[in-house]
Design a protein around this ligand. Structure first.
Ligand code: AGP
Length: 612
């Protein structure tokens, strides 16, 4: 999604802004730009393409000054080109105003029409440019940008995270937030503004998250926040716990590869302090619900998007199996408008790595509006979803930079396993069965290390898969969501079409697709349905379909049926998804690498989809 970085202090703003934009590159974008104040002048530079193109443009024509704003754009209105890149400018001379914007202004067409009727000439096709002209009109010959911005905001319908500067107010940045995140960085004689704390982490660990309907004015030595109705605000100061090192690449070729290999630690961190061996259960600090309240729950609804939705689907199987509770898994974009019938015994969880996904945030707000206890399973501390939920569980997975989610999926599945165990032990799950799950989770990190050690075997399978035009992914029960996730990984970073299906469904249509050019990837560790899967594989082989199989180490019967057999250690069935997904992640990674794709920043995608 789009990224915003602002800086006002004593250092040259250009290098600070570019470094911040580079730390947001993982979010996905297609153009970038800066506006830098130098006394009564303002330099605006913006380019389609990567931040590097902007950096080169600044090298050719430097922009001097220690106050500025910058942006990486993911096109929502108008194609990715220099003209549509942010910042957008309104006004003239010293009254010029530069704006960068995340979000969507729904009523931009009507506002544009009024401005054009008043003689304003537009330069771009974006909704954002409307904001720049409106603020310039309000600023007029005055010098209070803070007030001018506050007079414009009520005219805007939609969502925004804004940063605004003008030569009329040297050293000053005004920011405003409604539905798109903004965080203030509090440095020594410098202040920063960003859409993601990762952009400002090297400058300061002290941050203040803006809330909806708040406006902030930053100068190098001061800042003030005002709420649209409540007036002046004293914000809570948080500390971001992301060490800049944690989000660096290390000795990996891509963030995705790094994050796949971090998963033993990821699962360990997700379980840390939450396993209760002595009681054969798991415990959480932030659910904000008593055992009695949780026992009253008669139905669980899990709401998410993308990979988080796949993790939620694993959660369905786990909670139904361990806690005997009915579970619905909903796409957030559907749930928020579907008016699903929920009674007062329904517990809603939203799952989101970023904590900023617009559809998931919308679903959270809809569930809360209807009075349901709504909890969140999130990775980013202090994210909008984490703050607005009634409670929840953090993943503690650290920054996930690759657009294709990997370690966050594993952390979500680990947390959902803990949750299923917790809910089960509040009901009929025995101490013995609970302890077996605790012990199985404790063994997962070491088992994951053994799966990662099979990477060379996975590369061989990837070489075969990289020539395919379409791939089927198949799994039963707990492994059906794993098959879906494997298919998503392949398509989102290698651009090869892939579909996940319940294995039993193959004969109800998809089998027609099978031919020597269409490989099938079966997720088939040993378990109660193993023999049925073997016969499904036979059906594929009978039609000359190539077979890649993820199975339990030593399963000679399965290995004999597969062109490529990818082993995982023999573990308790409920923790198998945590292991079975890793060969699929590495398969997708290496196929994309072999194809020379942009693995960490795949085309058309963004790390956090903050628009509907
Ligand atoms: C998965 O690899 C994608 N990056 C995407 O499907 C992602 O899972 C989805 O957009 C949800 O993101 P969230 O977990 O941050 O809400």
């Amino acid at each position: 999604m789009c990224g915003i970085v602002g800086y006002t202090g004593s250092d040259p703003a250009g290098p600070v802004l570019l470094a911040g934009l580079r730390r947001l590159e993982y979010r996905g974008y297609d153009s970038a730009g800066v506006a830098i104040l130098d006394g009564s002048r303002m330099a605006v530079r913006k380019k389609a393409g990567r931040v590097k193109a902007l950096e080169e443009s600044l090298g050719e024509l430097p922009a001097i000054g220690s106050c500025g704003i910058s942006h990486t754009r993911w096109a929502t209105h108008g194609p990715a080109n220099d003209r549509n890149a942010h910042p957008h400018v309104g006004g003239t001379g010293e009254g010029t105003v530069a704006v960068v914007h995340n979000g969507v202004i729904e009523n931009h067409a009507a506002l544009r029409q009024d401005l054009e009727a008043a003689g304003v000439v537009f330069r771009s096709q974006t909704d954002t440019e409307v904001i720049a002209h409106l603020i310039a009109v309000e600023l007029g010959d005055g010098d209070d940008l803070y007030e001018a911005v506050q007079r414009v905001l009520p005219k805007l319908e939609g969502t925004y995270g804004l940063a605004v500067v003008s030569p009329r107010c040297p050293g000053q940045i005004v920011g405003a937030r409604l539905g798109s995140p903004l965080v203030v960085g509090l440095g020594d004689n410098e202040h920063l503004l960003a859409s993601d704390p990762a952009a400002i982490a090297p400058h300061t660990a002290r941050v203040a998250y803006l809330q909806d309907d708040e406006v902030v004015r930053l100068t190098p030595t001061d800042f003030e926040i005002r709420h649209r109705e409540r007036g002046s605000i004293t914000p809570r100061i948080d500390r971001i716990d992301w060490s800049p090192v944690a989000s660096e690449l290390g000795n990996h070729a891509h963030y995705m590869q790094k994050e796949i290999h971090e998963q033993p630690e990821t699962v360990r961190d997700a379980c840390r302090g939450r396993l209760r061996r002595g009681e054969g259960t798991a415990a959480f600090g932030g659910l904000n619900m008593t055992p009695r309240q949780l026992r009253r729950v008669r139905r669980v609804v899990l709401v998410a998007c993308g990979t988080s939705w796949h993790a939620a689907l694993v959660g369905e199987y786990l909670i139904e199996r361990l806690a005997n509770l009915p579970v619905e898994v909903e796409y957030a974009g559907e749930f928020r408008y579907r008016n699903a019938p929920l009674d007062d015994r329904t517990l809603v969880f939203v799952l989101s790595q970023s904590g900023e996904t617009a559809d998931t945030l919308g679903a959270l707000r809809e569930s809360k509006r209807r009075g349901h206890p709504t909890l969140a399973i999130c990775n980013v501390v202090g994210s909008t979803i984490a703050r607005e939920a009634d409670g929840g569980i953090y993943l503690h997975a650290g920054p996930e930079v690759g657009v294709a989610s990997t370690k966050a999926f594993s952390a979500q599945v680990a947390v959902l396993t803990l949750l299923a165990l917790h809910l089960g032990r509040l009901r009929q799950l025995s101490f013995t069965d609970g302890l077996a799950v605790v012990e199985a989770l404790e063994k997962v990190p070491e088992a994951l290390t053994r799966v990662l050690a099979t990477e060379l075997k996975i590369i061989e399978a990837a070489e075969r898969l990289s020539q395919a035009r379409s791939v089927m992914y198949l799994g039963r029960d707990l492994h059906f969501p794993v098959a879906l996730e494997g298919a998503l990984k392949l398509k989102e970073i290698s651009y090869i079409h892939a579909e996940g299906y319940p294995t039993a469904e193959m004969k109800h249509g998809p089998l027609a697709l099978i031919d020597p050019e269409t490989p099938s990837v079966f997720v088939a560790p040993r378990g109660s349905l193993h023999s049925k899967t073997l016969s499904n594989i036979e059906e594929v082989r009978a039609r000359m379909g190539p077979v890649i199989a993820v199975g339990t180490d030593g399963d000679e019967e399965l290995a004999a049926l597969a062109d490529f057999f990818l082993p995982i250690p023999d573990v308790l069935e409920v923790v198998q998804p945590l292991l079975a997904v890793v060969p699929l992640q590495l398969l997708a990674y290496h196929v994309a690498r072999i194809k020379g794709c942009d693995i960490d920043k795949p085309r058309n995608l963004a790390k956090s989809v903050t628009v509907e």
